[in-house]
Design a binder for this molecule. Structure first.
Ligand SMILES: C[S@@+](CC[C@H](N)C(=O)[O-])C[C@H]1O[C@@H](n2cnc3c(N)ncnc32)[C@H](O)[C@@H]1O
Length: 164
């Protein structure tokens, strides 16, 4: 699994606790280094200037949350293995009303994730206002590389609760 712009590692922790091997990428790996080990590789990469081949490929899953650099979107789709799943959630237009980010460079246009990942099979897509963890306007997409297949089994919600 690849966690792009992994930040403090909240999803790295969740994936690790679910038994996945994770590659955590960020330009600031200070917090992520605490997760480094046999099941977690931490890579310090500037996703906006460094060679994108450093990301690797053939991932069974890629997670991107609260980060947007539009030129990177095609490379994200290409880094999936057949059957691999992309989960992408970030802020969208309208979020200016609630706070940061306000810069349009970091706010998705309506339906933009659907347009960006037309090579994938979309499993779920939502856009709109949320109130938790704080008021925001977001867009989120779950998609698979390849044809529609059986949906994943329900996850163990106790794991999600304990990892916050
Ligand atoms: C708002 S945080 C989101 C962190 C994490 N995905 C989450 O949702 O908790 C944005 C992250 O993007 C990283 N980031 C920003 N620009 C980056 C770049 N050019 N290359 C790599 N990471 C970058 C920041 O260091 C930060 O960790």
């Amino acid at each position: 699994m690849l966690d792009l712009a992994a930040g403090s590692g909240r999803h790295v922790r969740l994936l690790r606790d679910c038994g996945f091997a994770v590659c955590a990428v960020d330009r600031d790996t200070t917090a992520l280094l605490a997760f480094a080990g046999p099941c977690c590789e931490v890579r310090r990469i500037d996703l906006e200037t460094d060679d994108r081949r450093q990301l690797g490929d053939d991932y069974d899953g890629i997670i991107v949350t609260n980060y947007l650099h539009r030129p990177l979107l095609p490379a994200i789709a290409r880094a999936l293995a057949p059957g691999g799943v992309l989960i992408y959630e970030t802020f969208a237009r309208g979020n200016e009303r609630f706070g940061r980010p306000r810069n349009p460079d970091f706010l998705l246009r309506p339906g933009e994730l659907l347009e960006a990942f037309t090579t994938l099979t979309v499993v779920a897509f939502e856009q709109g206002e949320v109130s938790v963890p704080r008021p925001a306007v977001i867009q989120r997409l779950a998609a698979v590389l390849g044809p529609m297949s059986p949906l994943p089994e329900a996850v163990d919600l106790d794991i999600l609760r304990s990892t916050g």
